[in-house]
Design a protein around this ligand. Sequence first.
Ligand SMILES: [Zn+2]
Length: 208
Amino acid sequence: MIDAASGLTLTSPEGTRYLFDPGALCLEFLTTGGPGALARYDVLHRPGDLADWLALSRLRLDPARVEVTADELAAARRLRDALWRLVCVRTAARPPAADPADFDATPDDLATLNRLAAGAPLAPQLTADGTRRWALPARGGQALATIARDAVDLFTGPHRDRVRECATHDCYLVFVDTSRPGRRRWCAMERCGNRHKVRSLRARRAAD
Ligand SMILES: [Zn+2]
């Protein structure tokens, strides 16, 4: 899995900002929107939107040096929606949708994932100070190949059974639990973990 400086800064419906680290690049990509009711969270409208998101993702690409075409943007949205359905097979989660079939994985989803994984990915580089970075300039399609390969690695790797949806009933964020004990329940402690603590405290006080 692509593991660099990780975590996305998200904003809750109440306007608080928190860090969400889903543990894998391909799961970060699910925060850009999705099928069904998730379509209203879509942030990929113009080609430049993909470059901007890649800068926020754990790839941390300079958006000025990533060129994205309209075709690559369309491919990004197809990959993202396919990934959602392939993830739902693994989590048994069902985000809200007018038609529940919006989240049914089809053979087309595998074909979409595998076609993009077959493309040339971003090239890693070793810098003089011993750190790693991605070779730039790059094309949007290379980033999509990297995301698709990350998904193949995740779904076949040691943590393939640890892909989960956040335990809060109205939170649809998906993460991979890479902790040793394997008991991660929340998207982020500072978000759903705290909401859960507050709710349990209130329930205990009400019971007393
Ligand atoms: Zn959550």
